[in-house]
Ligand binder design. Sequence first.
Ligand SMILES: [Zn+2]
Length: 81
Amino acid sequence: MHDSLDFDTCLGVMQALDDYLSRELTPEEARQVDEHLELCELCMSHFQFERALVMHIRKKAQEVRAPATLRARVLSMLDQI
Ligand SMILES: [Zn+2]
C-alpha cells in the first residue's frame, strides 16, 4: 500500500513515521521502519520527537474533555452566589 515509500532511505522512513505512529503500516512495513530506526540515529531522534508530539496531543485531547466537569462546578458555584 506504500509502494512509493523506500524504507531503506531516511526520507522514506520519515514519510512513513506518521503512519507508523498511528499503526497504519503493515507488520512488514513496520518491521522495516523498526530496523531502520535501530540503525539510524537521525531517524530515531526524529521518531522520538514525533512520538512525543503525538502523545502530547493525545494527552491534550483528553484534558479538553475534563473541563466539562469543571464548567459544571463553576456554574453551580455561580448559582450559590
Ligand atoms: Zn534514517
